[in-house]
Design a protein around this ligand. Sequence first.
Ligand code: ADE
Length: 245
Amino acid sequence: MKIDVLALFPEIVAPALKTGILKRVQDTAKLTVNLHNLRDWATDKHKSVDDYPYGGGAGMILKPEPIFAAVATLNPRETAHIIYLTPQGIPLTQGLAESLSLETHLILLCGRYKGVDERVRDKLVTTEISIGDYVLSGGEIAALVLIDAVGRVLPGALGDYESAHVDSFSQDLLDHPHYTRPAEFAGMHVPEVLLSGHHENIEKWRYAEALKRTAKHRPDLLQKLELSEEDIAILKAAGLVEPTK
Ligand code: ADE
């Protein structure tokens, strides 16, 4: 996969590409990330990329010409998936990251100020994506989040061990608690079942903990699932009411 990032501050993205899984997927040629400064496509002598909004109001708008010129250079065969990062986009989810990981070429357009001229969205952008219901000072950090989420699920990115040990329910529920040594720390004990070596009981315990944590923190996720009698019993025993459908 190739990802081109088009931004006013591409240097925000650069450091995170040099470590961990993102470094590994690039080193093994599964992913190429190219960072581009939108200002390189500015046409006037001041290299301006933004201008005042028609109709008045506060804030500046990214001009269409540099963005159209950049995309013409980066996407001559018009085969790329062009993503505009904006709080007005569809939410980035694990499912969306996984489907994007099947693409061969993404162009990530990062907004700044009040965003881009609407003609960019009308003519160039394939998908608008938001990383959450809050406003960042620009799309660069959102682009980095997307690159990370997509990069780590590229085929072969996670080692066999990591992929094989993903719990079967990890897609739908929040994660269960994790512990490492020591078994007792500052008077706090690791749950006995985890020390038992009884794999079936450990899986049951993890599932119940994931279910309870999801009910507590993200009841909206539970509403999408078909809960079994056993699930409902677990939630009731923990004093977490069964979510209404
Ligand atoms: N740009 C500014 N805020 C954003 C957000 N929440 N998601 C994606 N892009 C953004």
